[in-house]
Write a protein that binds this ligand. Structure first.
Ligand code: FES
Length: 120
């Protein structure tokens, strides 16, 4: 079972990081919520862009076109380094996620309508 670690870039020593083991195929957003992280998200459907996160190590599932289009509209498409937590799924590989990335972009840069943003 792969491990997923959530940390913030504002916490360089990762003292506030949390690591959980989840089944292959589990979405990053579901993992973050179950780990009780402070992840920002909204629509859960690749429409609002509020859940973008930075993958600092490891590999998540292949990016589908809807995710790629939204990240491109938001001007934060960067290979597989930036992902939508509501779309990306765990593979067999351990991954590390930087939630601090969420403080570095504005979901309003997307041209789509936005759903309500929730903070967990
Ligand atoms: S929560 Fe809206 S795009 Fe992921």
């Amino acid at each position: 079972m792969p491990q997923i670690t959530f940390a913030t870039s504002l916490d360089p020593d990762h003292q506030n990081s949390v690591t959980v083991s989840k089944a292959v195929g589990t979405k990053v957003l579901a993992s973050a919520l179950q780990a009780k992280t402070h992840i920002r998200y909204g629509c859960s459907a690749a429409r609002c862009g509020t859940c973008a996160i930075e993958v600092t190590s490891g590999q998540l599932s292949e990016m589908k076109s809807q995710e790629k289009i939204l990240l491109k509209k938001m001007k934060i498409l960067n290979g597989h380094k930036i992902r939508l937590a509501c779309q990306a799924r765990l593979t067999e590989e351990d991954v590390a996620i930087n939630l601090g990335f969420q403080k570095t972009y504005n979901p309003a840069d997307s041209e789509d309508d936005h759903d309500t943003i929730f903070y967990h």
